[in-house]
Structures are given as structure tokens and as C-alpha cells.
Design a protein around this ligand. Structure first.
Ligand code: ARG
Length: 246
């Protein structure tokens, strides 16, 4: 009947169905956020999120396509269907959760401080930075920016489009500190021991999770069950060791 034809031709009702129909999972992230998503010398994307996204696509039986997007505009890009899911180390915050749905957290991190080495004597914690004479670099639109505004409000805040630019400021001594997610800062500091010091005690609580458009229970259900599976069967632990303990 007419009605049945109409139903058969209807647009897929979930992102999951759209992905299966397309044969491609489109993953949004902002590369340069080590060790979650980086570009190697051959120009390929590598990292913890990249491996997870490949595993997800393989399990769905589809190809994966990465859509590199500036962090500042990544939620609008998801909402306008530039990709299917954000797998980019996004912190679950109540404000973001008003606009997107999050799967269950796949890792928990927090903000830490990378300090100019010559400030290590006078600054021991985020509270010590709470003075207009201290300049703090952050990446635009991150929870690092939010944490500085909320918890270190008196410091002088400098926002950068990329984490690389922000990181250079502290290496070159133009700012006193850089505030970002712990795993990123741990690698950053270990590669620049001559110039910086890592205050590696996190001062925020930040579950990271995959974000999808709201109102899509089918896709959320698939992601959450998949996450529980890989956390239980050892495949998550193998990836974790590869990217965080080597
Ligand atoms: N966890 C932080 C946030 O949600 C930083 C994430 C940055 N991710 C990236 N792919 N550059 O704001």
C-alpha cells in the first residue's frame, strides 16, 4: 500500500541507521590533542580515539572517515550533520549536555598546569596563579579555558585557536602557564623538560565521552553497549596500554 511504500522510503530515523546505509562512520575531532588524535609524519591520523573509532566502524561493518574540525566549532558542526559523532576527548559538561547527548565516559581526566620552568619555585598549585600578574594560555572553547575562568579568575587569560600555539607561548616564556587535559600535558612536559614543569595533580574532574545529536536513543544504546563490551573483554585495556603506558 501507499503507506508501506512511504515507510520503506523514509529517511533513516537514527544516526546508526544512516551510517549503516551510507557504509561510512564519519567521526569529528580536532587533531593535535595527544595521545588521542594526532597526525603522524605520513599525514595519517593516529591515537587512542582514532583506534577506538576504527574498532567501532569495524564492528558496525562500515568504513571510517575522520573530519578534522576546530574545537571551538565542533558542537555546531555535529548539529549541522558534518559528521555522525564527536570522538575527540570531549569532557561531559552540563552546558554541553544541554546541546548534545553523551555516551558513557570512556576515560576520566582533569586539568593540570604546565609551568614555565623558572616559575616552579613560586607556583605550586592553581591557587597560586590567581593574580593578574600571571598570564595563562588556554585553547579556545576547552574546559581548560572554562576552568581558568571559574577557578583562577584573577589571572590574565590568553586564548589560542590551537593547542600548539598555546603550548609554544609557555615554551618561549611569553606566558607563565598553560592549562589543559592531563594526558596532553604529561606528554608535552616530558618532551620539553628544559623549558617547563608539569604540576600533574588534576584540579578538575572530567569524564570524556562520545557526543551525538540529541534524541537518538538507538545510537546511544549501541555505543554504550559496545563500550561495556570492550571494557570487559580486554580490548579497551590493550588500547589504553598502547597510548597511555608506553
Ligand atoms: N577535554 C577538553 C574539552 O572537552 C579538551 C578536548 C580537546 N580535544 C581535542 N580533540 N582537541 O574541552
Amino acid at each position: 500500500t501507499l503507506l508501506l511504500c512511504g515507510l520503506a522510503n523514509a529517511a533513516p530515523s537514527s544516526t546508526l541507521d544512516a551510517v549503516l546505509e551510507r557504509g561510512v562512520l564519519r567521526v569529528g575531532f580536532d587533531a593535535g590533542y595527544q595521545p588521542f588524535e594526532m597526525t603522524n609524519k605520513q599525514g595519517q591520523y593516529i591515537g587512542f580515539d582514532v583506534d577506538l573509532a576504527k574498532m567501532v566502524a569495524k564492528e558496525m561493518g562500515v568504513k571510517v572517515e575522520f573530519v578534522n574540525t576546530a574545537w571551538d566549532g565542533i558542537i555546531p558542526a555535529l548539529l549541522t550533520d558534518k559528521f555522525d559523532v564527536i570522538m575527540g576527548g570531549m569532557t561531559v559538561t552540563p552546558q554541553r549536555n544541554l546541546r548534545v547527548n553523551f555516551a558513557d565516559p570512556y576515560i576520566v581526566v582533569g586539568q593540570t598546569i604546565v609551568l614555565r620552568k623558572d616559575k616552579a619555585g613560586e607556583i605550586k598549585s592553581f591557587q597560586d596563579l590567581n593574580d593578574p600578574k600571571y598570564k595563562i594560555a588556554v585553547k579556545l572553547g576547552t574546559t581548560g579555558e572554562q576552568a581558568v575562568k571559574r577557578m583562577i579568575p584573577k589571572a590574565t587569560l590568553l586564548q589560542f585557536e590551537t593547542q600548539d600555539d598555546a603550548k609554544l607561548e609557555v615554551i618561549n616564556g611569553k606566558v607563565d602557564a598553560f592549562v589543559y587535559d592531563l594526558p596532553y600535558n604529561a606528554i608535552f612536559a616530558s618532551q620539553n623538560t628544559g623549558a617547563v614543569v608539569h604540576l600533574d595533580k588534576p584540579f578538575t574532574f572530567e569524564p570524556l565521552a562520545w557526543a551525538i545529536r540529541k534524541g537518538d536513543q538507538d545510537t546511544l544504546n549501541w555505543f554504550n553497549n559496545y563500550l561495556r563490551q570492550i571494557k570487559g573483554d580486554g580490548s579497551y585495556d590493550r588500547l589504553y596500554k598502547k597510548w597511555f603506558e608506553s
